[in-house]
Design a protein. Structure first.
Length: 278
């Protein structure tokens, strides 16, 4: 279907790029992305994906907006305090771009519903704030053969990686199991600079866009880390673990797992990879 004159004007800065063009913009308009978590990471990712014209965006979160969220969760405003995060996020995305269909899921994601939830989407963004959810999302995406972006932030540091089926390691290849309870401080305990959420969440949106249009190098087999105080980006090469419990040659995880341990806030996946921990 041809784009309307309004769409051509709206996306003109995309269309002029040889890497995007009208063909790439149509891919975005026909694509779907699911964002799990409408917090620090999910907020900027959602805003930029909506602005980019991704045709269908799902947003999942069971929480409500509170005052402490507003320092970093830029999709919400002071007037949204007490409102469901998915409702606030949906309103903000639709205000930016009426082209976008937004599906809001006010729910907890768990092993019983995640596979069905992610199945209809082309790309998944992990914007969650706890280790059990991160392993749940990873395992479900591997099992359903869905690409996804993982990220985590704390203090002045952030990290992200991208999983594409058949093209590199999954999250569990790098971080075998959730850490022991209380082994890693939460952002509530340790703090996080608000702009870190914007930096890393926006990079997640960029990974989704590149995947959809089929241009550029994704962070498959790479862990990108960012230290804001030193203004230092590092890219660490990651290797697939042939003994990985979910994507290895003889997988033992055949269904997603609900881990009971909880670590809240936009916590890091762990800043040291398994190789660095040896």
């Amino acid at each position: 279907m041809a784009m309307t004159d309004e769409q051509i004007e709206r996306y003109s800065r995309h269309i002029i790029l040889k890497e995007v063009g009208a063909k790439g913009q149509k891919k975005l308009l026909n694509a779907s992305v699911l964002i799990i978590g409408a917090g620090g990471l999910g907020a900027p990712a959602a805003l930029y994906l909506a602005a980019a014209g991704v045709g269908h965006i799902g947003i999942v979160d069971a929480d409500e907006v509170d005052l402490s969220n507003l320092q970093r969760q830029v999709i919400h405003t002071t007037a949204d305090i007490g409102k469901a995060k998915v409702k606030s996020a949906k309103e903000s995305m639709e205000a930016i771009n009426p082209d976008v269909k937004v599906s809001a899921y006010r729910m907890f994601v768990d092993a019983s519903n995640i596979r069905e939830l992610i199945r209809e989407y082309d790309f998944i963004i992990d914007g969650t704030d706890n280790f059990p959810a991160k392993f749940l999302i990873n395992d479900a995406c591997v099992l359903e053969k869905k690409p996804f972006s993982h990220a985590g932030i704390i203090r002045f540091q952030g990290q992200l990686m991208t999983y594409v089926p058949g093209e590199g390691p999954c999250y569990r290849c790098v971080f075998k199991n959730p850490p022991p309870k209380d082994a890693v401080p939460t952002c509530k305990q340790a703090g996080v600079i608000g702009a870190m959420a914007g930096t890393i969440g926006t990079l997640q949106a960029m990974e989704a866009i590149k995947y959809i249009i089929g241009k550029g190098d994704l962070l498959t087999g790479k862990l990108l880390t960012y230290d804001a105080l030193k203004m230092d980006f590092r890219k660490i090469t990651l290797k697939r673990d042939c003994k990985c419990a979910v994507c290895g040659e003889k997988p033992t995880i055949l269904e997603p797992i609900d881990y009971e341990q909880e670590v809240c806030e936009e916590t890091m996946g762990r800043f040291a990879t398994r190789d660095e921990q040896k």
